[in-house]
Design a binder for this molecule. Structure first.
Ligand code: AKG
Ligand code: FE2
Length: 337
């Protein structure tokens, strides 16, 4: 729950009285209010109500963490591993999780998961994942047991409270609109949710696709109930300068009927065991959308399908403008988690 002062500041900001709201938060933060510090940090991170300033964002979030706010500790761990507002600090982020272990079950769970991974000083895998060819055109690879069952369950549990109807970001309109093709609910993991264990999974996806982790858009978890589906589509967006070159899908559960990922032109139907991943290429050698990559999530006929999806661009976005930043806060009173 936000403190009364933070709620008042959010109300002022919603009434377009941003400067007054920010001043109120600044005053409260100066008097030791952890939630005010955290709210200022999120505003600075997102460039909402205050100009975007990642260094200031990290300073405020760190202050809120030092004042004992669990949401701030989680967000700080993400800023640290991503190197937002400072240098990347993987081992310092793990030390932060260690300090929070007793107070935050998610910290202990992440440490347990990361303790079983073989990763380097940035959280990247030390060994390549096992890859099996599925098809050359479209180009598809299968990575069996890419996530462990515990990693898959962790992502499902993190996603559970955050599922929302799928929306698409309309780049021209500059806002989210209901998704024309995707009848599913989705939980996205933008920067504030890229906690160390999530970041390590993103690094594994980057290594398996031969890309830089910064090329990936926010990891998403999709949830389809009976009758829900993702209609045939290309992940590449015509006209996009920096294309979605690759897609990685990771199967997070079993026990549902239907729901295969299908490539109608080549009659390929993909169905994984829990933890299996599929990587496919969305563009041709000229960088144009590859028509053979047309695919769909077939309707689920029974049970619930959960799948993780990451779209990977051709190059990282300009510094400080990571993909999905606009998703950081979904509601004006949403303080992150
Ligand atoms: O749910 C599926 O099988 C397909 C998901 C998908 O096409 C995507 O995330 O781009
Ligand atoms: Fe897709």
């Amino acid at each position: 729950m936000a403190s009364a002062l933070v709620s008042q500041a959010l109300r002022l900001a919603a009434e377009d009285r941003q400067a007054e709201g920010a001043a109120l938060l600044g005053q409260a933060a100066g008097e030791g209010d952890a939630e005010a510090s955290y709210a200022l940090g999120l505003w600075r991170l997102e460039g909402r109500h205050l100009p975007r300033d990642l260094v200031e964002a990290r300073r405020h979030v760190a202050q809120a963490e030092a004042r004992g706010l669990v949401a701030a500790a989680r967000t700080l761990s993400a800023l640290m591993v991503l190197g937002l507002g400072g240098i990347p600090e993987w081992s310092e982020a793990l030390a932060l999780l260690q300090r929070w272990r007793e107070r935050d079950p998610a910290a202990g769970r992440q440490l347990d998961l990361i303790g079983k991974m073989r990763v380097d000083s940035q959280g990247a895998p030390l060994e390549p994942a096992l890859a099996e060819p599925v098809s050359e055109a479209p180009l598809i690879r299968r990575f069996p047991a890419f996530f462990t069952p515990d990693e898959a369950q962790f992502l499902c549990d993190l996603a559970e409270p955050r599922f929302k109807p799928a929306l698409a970001f309309d780049e021209r309109a500059g806002r989210f609109v209901s998704h024309p093709f995707r009848d599913a609910t989705v939980a996205a993991f933008p920067a504030v949710f890229e906690w160390p264990a999530v970041h390590a999974l993103n690094r594994r996806i980057a290594a398996a696709s031969g890309t830089d982790v910064a090329q990936g858009e926010s990891l998403q978890v999709l949830r389809y109930g009976p009758g829900q589906q993702y209609r045939p589509h290309l992940d590449a967006v015509p006209g996009l300068d920096n294309q979605r070159a690759w897609t990685m899908l990771v199967t997070l559960n079993e026990g549902y009927e239907g729901g295969e990922t299908v490539f109608p032109d080549s009659e390929i139907r993909l169905r994984g065991r829990r933890g299996d991943a599929f990587l496919f290429r969305n563009i041709d050698s000229d960088g144009r959308p590859d028509r053979t990559s047309l695919h769909a999530g077939a309707p689920v006929t029974e049970g619930v399908k959960l799948i993780a999806s990451r779209w990977i661009r051709q190059t990282p976005p300009p510094a400080g403008e990571a993909f999905g930043q606009h998703e950081v806060l979904s509601r004006p009173d949403d303080l992150g988690q």
